[in-house]
Design a protein around this ligand. Structure first.
Ligand code: 3Y8
Ligand code: NAP
Length: 248
C-alpha cells in the first residue's frame, strides 16, 4: 500500500500536495517549522525536524512510508542530504522535485559567488544601499560591512536584535514584478543579493533588477548528493504510478 512523504516548504511542494490530495494518494506533508504560520496543506501535515538522517529513517519505518519526495528548497541542503541517506538506509524510493536554477539573460548584471561570504566580499567598499533578499538565517556575515544601508526581507518579524542596523520588510512572497520595482525604487536600492532559488516565487526581484539596470550578487546553490530529480509535478505523479487521465 503506497504511503508518500512530501518534504515540503516550497510553492512547488504545495502544488504537488494539491495533486496528490486530488488523486487520493495516502500522503503526509512535512514542514521544518521555520515559519510561524506556514501555508495550510490539503494533506495530513507534520511540522519540525526528524532528528537527522537516522530520525528520518525511523520515521519512514514507523509510519510505513513507501515513497519520499524531496520538494524542499534548493538551499535546504541538510534536509536533502538526510533524505538521500535515510532512503538508502531504508531502501525507500526517493525523488527530488527541484526547479531549474535561473539562467542569466541579456541585460542581467550578475556577480556570481559560491556562498554568503563571497557575497559579502563582492559588495563595494563605498557605502551603498543594498537589498538582502536572502531571508533571515544567513545575514550575520554582512555585519562586517556596516557602512552599507541594508534592506532585509523576512517571512516573520525578527525575534532577536539584528546583527547590524537595517530596514526589515516582513513578507512571505511570492513577489510580483511591479511590487519589486516599487520596493527597489522607493528604497533607492543600488545592489541586490539573492540566492539562485529558481522557480517563479522569487524571480521577480531578478527581473526588476534587470529593468533597473542594477547589479545582482547571485549566490549559487550548494552541491547535493546524486539523486533522481524531476522539475514538474506531472513527472512526480507518473513516478507515483498515477497517470493523469488524458485531457484532464
Ligand atoms: C517554511 C512556507 C508559497 C511558498 C512561498 C518558493 C517561493 C516565496 C522564495 C526574497 C526571497 C527565501 C525564504 C523564499 C522563497 C517562496 C515560498 C520561498 C526566499 C516559505 C515557507 C517556509 C519558508 C522558509 C524560509 C527560510 C528562508 C526562505 C524566505 C510557509 C514562506 C529568503 C529563500 O525566517 C526563517 O527562518 C525563514 C527561513 C528557510 C531562507 C532563510 O535562510 O531565511 N524560506 N519559506 C518552510 C518550513 O518550515 O518547512 O511559511 O508557508 C516558503 C517559500 N519561500 O506558499 O507560495 O521558492 O517556493 N523563502 C531564498 O530564496 O533565498 C525569499 O525575499 O526575495
Ligand atoms: P535545511 O537547513 O536543509 O534543514 C535543517 C534541518 O531542518 C533539517 O536537517 C531538518 O531537521 C529540518 N528540516 C528542514 N526542512 C524540513 C522539512 N521540510 N520537514 C522536516 N524537517 C525539515 O533546511 P532550511 O534551508 O532551513 O529549510 C527549511 C524549510 O524551509 C524547508 O522546508 C525548505 O523547503 C523551506 N525553504 C527553505 C528555503 C531556503 O532558502 N533554505 C527557501 C524556501 C523554503 P532534522 O535534521 O532534525 O530532521
Amino acid at each position: 500500500m503506497m504511503r508518500a512523504l512530501i518534504l515540503g516548504g516550497t510553492a512547488d511542494a504545495s502544488l504537488l500536495a494539491a495533486e496528490i490530495a486530488r488523486a487520493g494518494i495516502d500522503a503526509v506533508y512535512s514542514y521544518g517549522g521555520r515559519t510561524r504560520g506556514p501555508a495550510e496543506q490539503p494533506l495530513p501535515t507534520r511540522i519540525g525536524g526528524f532528528g537527522g538522517a537516522s530520525g528520518l529513517a525511523d520515521y519512514i519505518r514507523r509510519e510505513g512510508v513507501t515513497h519520499v519526495i524531496d520538494a524542499t528548497h534548493p538551499f535546504a541542503a541538510e534536509m536533502s542530504r538526510n533524505a538521500v541517506e535515510a532512503c538508502k538506509d531504508t531502501t525507500t524510493p526517493l525523488l527530488a522535485l527541484e526547479r531549474a536554477p535561473w539562467a542569466k539573460v541579456p541585460g542581467d548584471n550578475w556577480i556570481e559567488v559560491a556562498e554568503v561570504n563571497g557575497a559579502v566580499a563582492a559588495l563595494p567598499e563605498t557605502p551603498a544601499r543594498v537589498f538582502l533578499a536572502i531571508g533571515r538565517q544567513h545575514i550575520a556575515p554582512f555585519a562586517t560591512r556596516p557602512q552599507h544601508a541594508y534592506t532585509l526581507r523576512f517571512v516573520d518579524p525578527p525575534e532577536a536584535p539584528l546583527p547590524f542596523a537595517a530596514d526589515v520588510i516582513v513578507s512571505r512572497g511570492p513577489f510580483t514584478f511591479d511590487g519589486e520595482l516599487e520596493t527597489m525604487r522607493a528604497r533607492a536600492i543600488a545592489w541586490i543579493v539573492a540566492r539562485n532559488s529558481g522557480g517563479d516565487g522569487a524571480r521577480a526581484k531578478i527581473d526588476a533588477a534587470r529593468t533597473l539596470g542594477l547589479p545582482v550578487i547571485m549566490i549559487s546553490r550548494p552541491e547535493l548528493p546524486q539523486r533522481s530529480r524531476v522539475e514538474s509535478v506531472t513527472e512526480v505523479m507518473h513516478w507515483l504510478g498515477h497517470r493523469t487521465p488524458l485531457g484532464a
